[in-house]
Design a protein. Structure first.
Length: 94
């Protein structure tokens, strides 16, 4: 996992990108930095998302989930991500 930006005490306007792409992940990491605004989980082996997977990253604005194996989504998956503006689910099995 690569985190770009300064995590401690980020001003509201700052962007913090967490890059977890191409890591052969089968599930969303539980230790995501809460200040993350952009999360890249592309090119992994994710096939299912839990409703709690993104609960800790409530400031998330951009979520990239392309090129995984996701087959379905629960309607509550992103209920705690009120700031989410861009969601890329391309090249999955939806």
């Amino acid at each position: 996992m690569t985190v770009e930006g300064d995590a401690p005490e980020l001003p509201e306007e700052r962007e913090l990108m967490t890059n977890c792409s191409n890591m052969s992940l089968r599930k969303v990491p539980a230790d995501l930095t809460p200040a993350t605004t952009t999360l890249d989980l592309s090119y992994n082996l994710l096939f299912q998302l839990q409703s709690s997977d993104f609960h800790s990253v409530s400031k998330l604005r951009v979520l990239i989930l392309c090129h995984n194996r996701i087959q379905q989504l629960d309607l509550k998956t992103f209920e705690f991500n009120k700031e989410l503006r861009y969601l890329d689910l391309s090249n999955n099995r939806l």
